[in-house]
Design a binder for this molecule. Structure first.
Ligand code: APR
Ligand code: ZN
Length: 266
């Protein structure tokens, strides 16, 4: 493992535009369950996944009901608002501070990369700490809307300050399009990157799972080195999309890589 960590550190130092793609595996060490791992939410409760596929349809049919459900039901992921970043998040934030990591494209809605200090984060599946307008895609801080009062006075859903459209959570539901701004910026980052760290994702949900495959296709122009950090091999490993798999916990491996990078660049 040490040899592989040194090799990866060397590759990261030599990179010109390193990008990280992250998934729920980054946050399990912060106490947030993943979806498809051995203790994943969908693994343990397939019914919950089937229900999750209904959320977007429900919002479109009856935004008021969607909001009442959302405000009165329990979150599947537990207490995300108070969750704290773990050493894996801080390690990626440090790589950004060293001007090596240029961007994180995350599927996680938990805001933990931002809490760890990462600045350039694209929330591919949205962010639990934001609301987004269904009509104009404007995003807002929920605290601007006195949501509890709207619930008590039967005045849900909250409406957009810009176009009076209906607001929903910024979280992207199954069958909902990835917000255009995030989709475009993520694709641009993948087109520019010459090294991709793929951390804690099973890489099975589309269109996110296309990003590493796009990076592989761009290889004709530039060799994009794709490095997976995951407790287990994934389809990216099996299809040889990734050039390396460091098998283990992101909270342990990422800090080791950053330590090695710091040793070699100081
Ligand atoms: N360190 C490294 N890998 C981990 C760790 C850890 N501490 N914990 C879990 N993993 C791995 C699991 O083995 C699995 O391969 O992370 C991966 C998590 O995969 P998923 O649970 O499928 O999560 P993710 O890939 O982010 O899911 C994508 O699916 O349900 C949707 O919208 C949801 O954004 C989510 C999307
Ligand atoms: Zn709007």
């Amino acid at each position: 493992m040490e040899e592989l960590i040194s090799k990866i550190a060397e590759l990261i130092i030599k990179s010109k535009h390193a990008v990280a793609l992250t998934g729920a595996g980054m946050s399990t060490e912060s106490g947030i369950p993943d979806f498809r791992g051995p203790n994943g939410i969908w693994t343990k409760n397939p019914d919950a996944e089937r229900k999750a596929y209904q959320s977007y349809f429900k919002f479109q049919q009856n935004p008021k009901e969607y909001w009442i459900d959302r405000m009165t039901g329990a979150s599947l992921l537990g207490d995300l608002i108070n969750a704290l970043p773990n050493p894996g998040h801080f390690a990626l934030a440090e790589l950004e501070k060293m001007a090596i990591l240029k961007c994180i494209v995350t599927q996680n809605i938990d805001n933990l990369h931002q809490k760890a200090g990462s600045k350039r984060v694209l929330d591919y599946h949205g962010n639990i700490s934001l609301l987004r307008c269904f009509s104009c895609d404007s995003r807002f801080d929920p605290r601007e809307f006195e949501l509890d009062r709207l619930l008590a006075e039967d005045r849900l859903p909250p409406l957009c300050r810009k176009c009076n459209g209906v607001l929903k959570s910024d979280v992207v539901h199954f069958n909902e399009a990835i917000p255009a701004d995030v989709a475009q910026e993520s694709q641009a980052e993948v087109g520019k990157c010459d090294l991709m760290l793929i951390c804690g994702t099973s890489a099975v949900v589309h269109p996110f799972a296309l990003l590493p495959r796009m990076a592989k296709q761009y290889q004709s122009k530039q060799k994009t080195i794709i490095i997976e950090i995951n407790s287990d091999p994934t389809p990216l490993t099996e299809e040889s999309i990734s050039d390396y798999l460091i098998q283990g916990k992101t909270g342990t491996i990422l800090p080791k890589i950053v330590e090695e990078v710091k040793k070699r660049t100081s």
